[in-house]
Design a protein around this ligand. Structure first.
Ligand SMILES: Nc1ncnc2c1ncn2[C@@H]1O[C@H](COP(=O)(O)OP(=O)(O)OP(=O)(O)O)[C@@H](O)[C@H]1O
Ligand SMILES: [Mg+2]
Length: 297
């Protein structure tokens, strides 16, 4: 981190609160988040990382928002950071079309972080910053996270519409920084390979298979649902007490029943259907519109 970024980090740590990071693809949000959290660990400030990027995820598998309590340096190591302390299933690998679960999940996990006593909460976001969708999404993220700081990393003045919203509508201290000169662009191939590896690693190890009753889903299946059409869909596993315990995927067993496969061994009482159909090698994710799948609107 250069002096300028280092100074900003020191200023935030002098008066910690919730920090919302904004920026387009590869603008350095996650790098900054980790540096800020490392600073909090050094100073003994209880911190949390709320990763609301569902595509290029740092905490938890793709398709989820992940919360990590950061109290020790080891919590920031890659493998450890990937293990979420709190999860929310959004159901797709980008924010588009999934604003509702993104906002609900951000609000829910912010609450978990605050209750756990985090004094610094760093909210990392997706790179959807432009257009009406970008503005609506980021405005509502600010509404539910109520940040003390909104920090943007921009090329040119690309963030001005969003930073303007933060200045006009929120009491946050708003800071704009140019993208760090060493920030490196990633290619589409690198991104899809990273995502494949994240899914593969989440579903590695001991996998469990359950027979699934057709009545456990949200949204509920129509009575005449073709169970075969659900094969490959990702689901969020809910514990029935308000928490997501992990994600799984569906397959059709030879006897015609549905099965769910997951690395999580217990705790699921109900399943949320997502819009992601995966292939067993994790190389392909296709978006499924449940309204079309169920023949309803
Ligand atoms: N301050 C910095 N110093 C050196 N390298 C950096 C810095 N900021 C970012 N980078 C590099 O640039 C790349 C993109 O950074 P990063 O992943 O933090 O961006 P991001 O905004 O989180 O991207 P995305 O929108 O894809 O999540 C990474 O390879 C990272 O190592
Ligand atoms: Mg990132």
């Amino acid at each position: 981190m250069t002096d300028r970024y280092a100074r900003l980090i020191e200023q935030v740590l002098d008066d910690p609160g919730t920090v919302l990071l904004l920026g387009s693809m590869d603008s350095g949000k996650t790098t900054f988040a980790r540096a800020l959290l490392a600073g909090a660990v050094d100073r003994g400030i209880p911190a949390a990382y709320l990763d609301t990027d569902v595509g290029r995820t740092t905490v938890g598998p793709p398709t989820t928002i992940g919360l990590k309590h950061v109290l020790e340096a080891k919590h920031l190591e890659d493998d450890e950071l990937a293990l979420a302390d709190g999860l929310y299933f959004v159901g797709w690998v980008s924010a588009q079309f999934h604003l509702l679960p993104l906002i609900a999940g951000t609000a829910k996990l912010m609450d978990v972080a605050r209750r756990a006593g985090a004094e610094l909460i760093v909210v990392d976001t997706s790179s959807l910053i432009s257009g009406v969708y970008g503005q609506i999404l980021k405005y509502h993220k600010m509404e539910v996270s109520r940040p003390e700081y909104v920090i943007g990393f921009e090329r040119g003045e690309e963030l001005e519409p969003l930073l303007g919203i933060a200045r006009r509508f929120t009491p946050a201290r708003v800071e704009a920084y140019p993208v760090h000169p060493e920030a490196r662009p990633t290619t589409a191939d690198e991104r899809s390979e990273t995502r494949r590896a994240r899914f593969a690693s989440y579903f590695s190890g001991n996998l469990h298979r359950w027979r699934v009753k057709p009545t456990v889903f949200l949204p509920s299946l129509p009575p005449d649902a073709d169970l075969a059409s659900l094969a490959g869909l990702l689901v969020g596993m809910e514990d029935g007490k308000g928490s997501c315990v992990g994600i799984g995927y569906l397959e059709l067993a030879e006897d015609g029943h549905l099965r769910m496969i997951s690395a999580v061994s217990e705790g699921a009482r109900a399943l949320r259907l997502g819009s992601t159909r995966i292939t067993p090698d994790w190389t392909s994710t296709t978006r499924v519109d449940l309204r079309h799948l169920f023949g309803t609107e």
